[in-house]
Structure formats: C-alpha cells, structure tokens
Design a protein around this ligand. Structure first.
Ligand code: SAM
Ligand code: SF4
Ligand code: SF4
Length: 347
C-alpha cells in the first residue's frame, strides 16, 4: 500500500470551523440497493417517484480515483466504499485496484450487506481492499428477513462472513442497527454467536437519517441500556478508542472472547471528532450524514478542472464546515424534510 505523502495542496493541514481535520472519505458507488431495510430505504415509504441515478450520472471509476487523489492531497488517508449496496456496482474490484494506487491512501474498506460478497470476495482482496464491514441485524431468519425488507436471507450474510475469511480478509466488523421491539431480542444471540470469533460486532443506535424511515425516538435503544444487558451475561470492560476519530466505543469481554462496539450517535454524539467527508455516487460532496445538500464536484471535474482547482473547491467547502447535527438534534434541526438519504451517501 502507498506510503503517506505530505499534504500536496496545503501549506498547513486542512481544518473546518471546529478545527476538525479531513482524514476519511466515504465513497458511495451506487444509490441502488437489493434490500429495503426499514431504517434506511423502507419499501412502503421511500419516495415512489425516486429516480435512481443513471450510468452517465454516476461518477466513472477514473473520476472517483481522480477525486480520491485530490482528497488524499488534502489529508485523507482512509477510504470506505459504500452505497446503496456497493456490490451492485459492476466491476467494483477494478475501482479498488485504481484506489489502491492512490498515493497517500493507507486503508481501503467497504461496507456491504454481504448478499453478493461470496462471488466477489477474492477479486476484491486481490485488487487491494483492506477491510470489510458487513451488516447483520439478526440471526433469526424471520427477523433478518424483515430487517432487509423481505429481500435478504441470514444464511447469505453468514456465508459472506466465511467467504471473506477464505479470501484472506482479517476479522470483520459486523454492524447491527437495533430497533426496539423489532430486533432488540437478537442482541444476545448475536453476541453469543460472534464472541470468540475474532469478528467485532457493533451495535448501532437507530438514527434519524434521511426523510423516509419515519424515525421515532422510542425505537432507539440507547447503548448504555444494551451494554448493561450484555454485561449482565458477559462482563465487559472499556477499551480505549483505536483512533481519535473512531465512532465506536470499544468494550472487551472480561472473560475472554474479544471485543464489541457501540455506536451511540443519538445518545452520545461524536461530532467533535468527525473527520469524515462523503461523496455521493453522482459526485456531490457532503460534510455531514444529515446534510440538506451536497456540493457538486462532478460538474467542475467534467468541465476540465485541474487537480489544484478541485482541491481549492473541496478545501473551501471543508473550511466552511460547521456541521454538528447529532449534538444539536432536536425539533429545530429535525424539522427539515429535505435531507440526503442514507442510501445516497452510505452511512
Ligand atoms: N448497503 C450496505 C450495508 O447495508 O451495509 C452499505 C450502505 S448502508 C447505508 C451503511 C450502514 O448504514 C449499514 O451498516 C446500515 O445498517 C447503516 N444504517 C442505515 N440506515 C441507518 C439508520 N437509520 N440508523 C443507523 N444506521 C443505519
Ligand atoms: Fe440497502 Fe444498506 Fe440501506 Fe439496507 S442499509 S437498504 S442494505 S443501503
Ligand atoms: Fe459527523 Fe454530522 Fe454525524 Fe456529527 S452528525 S458525527 S458532524 S456526520
């Protein structure tokens, strides 16, 4: 993997208005998904007239790699491919191959629902993908199916976990979004299944992202409640965060079996350390998961802007950034119904 390079476009590190550096870029490669998770893209509620991006509207791989190079020049070191479902994007390993050659990038990860992973895992690994996060919201077949909007089978994501191992990926992160009364009964079975496996299960508080999931606060299970429940059966001890910008609180099983994580974006917001930018599949730059609008990078890119010009546009957006939605969360900021959807920028 390429080694770190000096910030090519900046005399000093790029910081936003809250002194947060730009170190991580999440790249949505497609806005389509083969699942309809109720917390993200519910079948009955996501806008009926929603038009998914056409091939021409989506950034081509060369365009994504070009932008990644510019972001790396501004300080980005970690990339995460996401969606929609990233594995619906044809030839994804080719994009990984191009990104693996970007100077300055030292980690390329992907978040996926896993349903299509077995047939792509080896090619992704060979292309240079470093890490995979898979979403698994239940072990029970019926609950899992419900959480995928009737489209996924838990057996497929379990097969994906095995396929990742066979392809040479190390331990995975496994994401579970917990909704009260829907899959909170799955928490202990999931812990039991993955404790000692090397994989790190992370419980995510159900967030009020987008406009179509009909979010209600009473459906959120606060991490403290979950942690106390889990610790009654498997005592837990806190661990330090691996990196300052990590979103998960880490806890280890006192009696052995590795660690688990909690992502508490509702009950304990972490905006103060948020170093992530998000690029939508059509090349818009978002500075927050709850942003109302993105900044078009595809236009200037296709109009022939040079790297320095693109860097100046991105740097200006980041310098003006003041987002801290989760810290402010409340009626005033929640009122807006024009927020970007999770399946457009990928979490
Ligand atoms: N389709 C892929 C997947 O599901 O892993 C990648 C995109 S998905 C938007 C990325 C992550 O966002 C998933 O782990 C998903 O569970 C999480 N997510 C989606 N909607 C959410 C919500 N309302 N609250 C919390 N997490 C959410
Ligand atoms: Fe698709 Fe992922 Fe959203 Fe579920 S969370 S609908 S798998 S993009
Ligand atoms: Fe970052 Fe926005 Fe989430 Fe805060 S609410 S942690 S600024 S993405």
């Amino acid at each position: 993997m390429a080694t770190a390079i000096p910030l090519r476009f900046m005399a000093s590190p790029l910081r936003d208005r809250r002194a947060r550096a730009l170190t991580d870029l999440r790249i949505s490669v497609i806005d389509r998904c083969n699942f309809r998770c109720p917390y993200c893209m519910p079948e009955e509620d996501y806008p009926r007239d929603h038009e998914f991006l056409s091939k021409d509207q989506r950034l081509r791989f060369e365009e994504i790699a070009r932008l990644a190079t510019v972001f790396a020049g501004l300080g980005v070191r970690k990339l995460r491919l996401t969606g929609g479902e990233p594995l619906l994007r044809r030839d994804l390993p080719e994009l990984v191959r191009q990104l693996a050659g970007v100077p300055g990038i030292d980690d390329i990860a992907m978040t996926s629902n896993g349903s299509l992973l077995p047939r792509h895992a080896e090619a992704l690994r060979k292309a240079g993908l470093d890490r995979i996060t898979l979403s698994i919201d239940a072990l029970d077949a019926q609950v899992y199916r419900r959480l995928s909007g009737g489209r996924g089978e838990v057996g497929d994501v379990l097969a994906a976990i095995d396929a990742a191992g066979t392809a040479g990926f190390g331990p995975l992160k496994l994401n579970c979004v917990v909704m009260r009364g829907i899959n909170d009964g799955e928490v202990e079975p999931l812990v039991e299944r993955f404790r000692g496996s090397g994989h790190v299960l992370r419980f995510i508080e159900y967030m009020d992202v987008g406009t179509c999931n009909d979010w209600r606060g009473d459906l959120v299970v606060p991490s403290t409640e979950l942690r106390e429940r889990i610790a009654r059966r498997w005592p837990l001890q806190p661990l330090a965060r691996a990196h300052g910008s990590d979103v998960a609180e880490r806890w280890r099983f006192v009696e052995g079996g590795g660690e688990i994580g909690f992502i508490s974006s509702v009950s304990e917001p972490f905006c103060g350390d948020c170093s992530r930018a998000r690029l939508s599949a059509d090349g818009r730059l978002y500075t927050c998961l709850f942003a109302r609008q993105g900044h078009d990078l595809r236009g200037p890119l296709r109009a022939g802007a040079g790297d320095a010009e693109l860097a100046a546009i991105i740097a200006a957006v980041w310098r003006a950034r003041d987002d801290r939605y989760s810290e402010l969360r409340g009626a005033a900021v929640r009122g807006a119904r024009s927020r970007v959807e999770m399946y457009e920028i990928g979490g």
